[in-house]
Design a protein around this ligand. Structure first.
Ligand code: FE2
Length: 369
């Protein structure tokens, strides 16, 4: 299974992972064979990319929080944004219930790594972005030994960190190009706006409200709105800042396809000590799949393999299925292989999108000949 941009889709390709909108309705169901009509429709919906089945290894990508739970949370979030707009209020009970569901899922999937190469329709971008930020923050909170109350404060603040965007003009939010100075000033009001909305609710911790206020502050004091730095930013705020940037860079946007995980990890590592708390960044990264299930990797002897499983304990040493051996010959059926710190064969790097596509095309061509 691999991710391909809409422009590269061709009729006959098979969808590898269902795409749901925030209502829980499938835009496209797994195993659908694409036709040119489907492809046109996806383009109209503004999707950036989709997962396609590659016929190499039938792997299931494990999820920290299931699609069903994510869809339910997205629906609750959407309802709350709507009632905030129309009636000026949110329902904190439904939001807390949503966060509790996510905490429960994460608690029972502590070994599952987060695969950030995810996709969503962008009319629902804000909801799925908020959910990802909340999941990533809660995972980090578990590693930091947070108790249930702390996980809830963190999860609620992370889920609602961008609530203040509701007061920003849609035209500014969706503007494809750079913002003018005035538009930027409007945009930069959203942390304080979110804080003011949330702190009016007794049932929502003031610390959760402060997450909204602080999520654009940076470790070196270069953030906004108050130029807070280091320990003057709440630990919750430092966690959510990392999760927010990570997920935003990885997502497809109206004007660009998301960056790859390698690119984002490189950017984040360069920004440690500048934008991010180095200790929290390290904890955060320990939950991210370095080699996501389904991706292709190259070994030091030149062989190429599909990643078939990886867990938190084996983050850098996943199980593989070798599809091309060190002489460049196709291996069929694929040979299972478990990497370990002591094995001679080790992963050199994850193949890029173009390179993966070429390998897969070649593999399938040999298969049919
Ligand atoms: Fe924000």
């Amino acid at each position: 299974m691999y991710r391909i941009s809409i422009q590269e889709l061709e009729p006959g390709m098979i969808v590898g992972r269902s795409i749901l909108n925030s209502e829980g309705n499938p835009l496209l169901i797994k195993n659908t064979i694409l036709t040119s009509q489907y492809i046109d429709r996806l383009e109209q919906l503004g999707l950036g990319s989709v997962y396609i089945k590659d016929g190499l290894a039938d792997v299931e990508v494990p999820e920290v929080v299931s699609q069903q739970v994510q869809t339910a949370v997205a629906r609750t979030l959407k309802q709350n944004f709507n009632t905030l707009k129309s009636k000026g209020r949110i329902n904190s009970q439904t939001l807390k219930k949503s966060v509790a569901m996510m905490i429960d899922s994460i608690a029972s999937n502590r070994e599952v790594l987060f695969s950030l190469e995810d996709i969503r329709a962008f009319d629902d971008y804000l909801f799925y972005h908020s959910i990802n930020v909340s999941i990533l923050s809660i995972m980090t909170g578990f590693d930091l030994g947070y108790n249930e109350l702390q996980l809830m404060e963190l999860g609620v603040g992370a889920l609602l960190h961008d609530l203040g965007l509701i007061l920003v003009d849609q035209a500014i939010l969706n503007k494809p190009g750079p913002l003018t100075a005035d538009e930027m000033r409007m945009m930069q009001k959203h942390p304080e706006a979110g804080f003011n909305i949330l702190r009016a609710y007794d049932e929502i911790s003031l610390l959760s409200a402060h997450i909204a206020y602080q999520h654009h502050e940076r470790w070196d004091g270069s953030g906004y709105p108050r130029n807070l730095s280091e320990d003057n930013i709440l630990e919750y705020g430092r966690i959510v800042a990392i999760a927010d940037v990570f997920d935003a860079l990885l997502s497809d946007r109206p004007y660009r396809k998301g960056y790859t995980l390698d690119e984002v990890t490189t950017v984040a590592t360069k920004l440690t000590n500048r934008y991010f708390d180095p200790e929290i960044l390290e904890v955060f990264l320990s939950n991210i799949a370095a080699y996501p299930v389904g991706s292709l990797v190259k070994l030091n002897n030149g062989a190429i393999a599909v990643v078939i499983s990886a867990s938190k304990k084996t983050r850098l040493y996943p199980s593989l299925a070798i599809i091309v051996d060190h002489d460049g010959n196709r291996v069929k059926p694929a040979a299972q292989f478990k990497t370990s710190p002591s094995s001679r064969a080790r992963i050199v790097h994850k193949l890029g999108h173009k390179e993966s596509q070429a390998v897969i095309a070649d593999y399938l061509a040999q298969q049919s000949s």
